[in-house]
Design a binder for this molecule. Structure first.
Ligand SMILES: [Zn+2]
Length: 479
């Protein structure tokens, strides 16, 4: 295993990753705000986080990963009020859609998936701690964080605080760097707005306090890793640091990892440009979950990802290529023994794969190692220079690949059906396909080529492609 190095936004450097407690990682990721369907830009970050969590586990680390659902914030309150429903009712549909989207993209369930509205008392207690330490002040029933009281404010996003007026406040959860000011921890209810009755008064939490309170509740006062999209670094993560470190006097998160933006065909994604896509939009156009996951994972997280339909089609064929190789390995009849150097070649591929991911999660490098190996192994198979004893080493490599990238399993049709996208063909099981192939082999043996062709055609109509090899065996794959 190579030394794991991660780029830490806090230090601005790529550092060797050493968890606080050997062998264990405490990780927090800011989840979605469930006021709408998540889009592919959101999922760029969630897939990055999933690749990170899978790789940490592959390295044998014991992971505790918390992801929150922000189910109360300015936009949710406004949308729920406009729809005339409670915020729980309003967000439930989008929370369920998010879980289903994660499942389809093979994004693993974190150890804790938690909702902000289930943790209001934890947020209130944290605000009380900040009040005791005089980090707060009240104005019109709202409670604000006094950033002048936290001299390290700005250390994550490196914003310039000169010219900021003491006591100037901002009430919105989201604002630009130029508007850095004292922010709301607790907001007094406006007429007709949902509120909680608490020890610190009537109201609702600001967005930033949610994550500080929930992260520390489940992971302790100092976390190993905090991640999110780069747009969260300011103000959200900056404010999380101010709140948590203000209250505890301890470092909040030791490594801050941020995923870069996603562009669509070179442009910023926006509804007005007509280039705004949810996962479901793309499934509706016939693209597969595995291709989408691959496309989102294939660009290293700190590089801007230019999402294109051309790229998505390439991703589809890349997944196909890897699946075909896995199938060839499974079904192939190779000569006995092993070929010279193939086991060493597989071991080197595994080492290169790990070197790529250990280098700040360089997925492009890991995939290059994968395709180099597949190409060479395919050549060896074509020339009869791949032995039965080489299968285990090649399979070991594929298993490592799958633990992190999770696109090998051919279950796209099933996933799409679960999301309500009908798949045209009725799916045959492996056993049914093998039985059909045996029938066809028997027909060929009695030289009944009409029947043999008939079976091939029937399988083709149901999306199964047969390949007859020179040694008389038959391989198959799903289209
Ligand atoms: Zn957050």
């Amino acid at each position: 295993m190579h030394e794991l190095r991660l780029h830490n936004t806090l230090s601005g450097k790529t550092e060797s990753f050493v968890p606080l407690r050997a062998g264990e990682v405490k990780m927090y990721t800011c989840g979605p705000t469930v006021y709408d369907y998540a889009h592919i830009g959101n999922f760029r970050t969630f897939v990055f986080q999933d690749v990170l969590r899978r790789y940490l586990k592959q390295r044998g680390l014991k992971l505790t990963h918390v992801m929150n659902l922000t189910d109360v914030d300015d936009r949710i309150i406004a949308n729920a009020a406009a729809a005339g429903v409670g915020i729980r009712d309003y967000t439930e549909k989008f929370a369920q859609a998010f879980f289903a989207d994660c499942k389809a993209l093979s994004v693993e369930t974190p150890e804790y998936w938690i909702r902000a509205t289930d943790h209001i008392p934890d947020m209130v207690r944290l605000i009380e701690r900040l009040q005791t330490k005089t980090f707060t002040y009240e104005s019109d029933g709202s409670i604000y964080y006094r950033i002048a009281k936290f001299p390290e404010y700005g250390k994550l996003s490196k914003i310039d605080l000169t010219g900021i007026q003491a006591g100037a406040r901002v009430d919105n959860d989201r604002y630009e760097k130029e508007s850095a000011r004292d922010f709301a921890l607790w907001k007094a209810p406006k007429p007709g707005e949902h509120f909680w009755e608490t020890e610190i008064g009537k109201g609702r939490p600001g967005w930033h306090i949610e994550c500080s309170a929930m992260a520390m509740k489940y992971l302790g006062e100092t976390l190993d890793i905090h991640t999110g999209g780069i747009d969260l670094a300011f103000p959200h993560h900056e404010n999380e640091i101010a709140q948590s470190e203000g209250a505890t006097g301890k470092p909040f998160a030791r490594y801050w990892l941020h995923a870069e933006h996603l562009l669509v065909e070179g442009e910023k994604m926006s509804k007005s440009l007509g280039n705004f896509f949810t996962l479901r939009d793309l499934y509706g156009q016939g693209y597969k979950p595995s291709a989408l996951r691959y496309a989102l994972a294939s660009v290293p997280y700190r590089r801007q990802l230019n999402f294109t339909f051309d790229g998505l089609r390439q991703a589809t064929s890349s997944v196909e290529r890897i699946r075909n190789f896995a199938e060839r390995l499974r079904q192939g009849r190779f000569r006995t023994g092993s070929s010279s150097g193939m086991k060493e070649r597989a071991a080197k591929a595994l080492d290169d794969f790990d070197a790529g991911l250990a280098d700040d999660l360089n997925t492009a490098m890991a995939l290059a190692a994968t395709f180099d190996f597949i190409r060479e192994a395919n050549i060896a198979m074509d020339s009869g220079d791949f032995g039965q004893e080489d299968v285990a080493a090649a399979q070991k490599f594929l298993d490592a690949f799958e633990q992190v990238f999770a696109v090998l399993q051919d279950n796209d049709a099933e996933k799409l059906r679960e999301l309500g996208f009908a798949a045209p063909e009725t799916k045959l099981t492996d056993a049914e396909i093998d039985a059909k192939i045996a029938q066809r082999q028997a027909a060929r043996q009695r030289r009944d080529f009409a029947q043999s062709d008939e079976i091939r055609k029937e399988l083709a109509e149901r999306g199964i492609i047969l390949e007859d090899s020179k040694d008389g065996s038959v391989r198959w794959k799903r289209k």
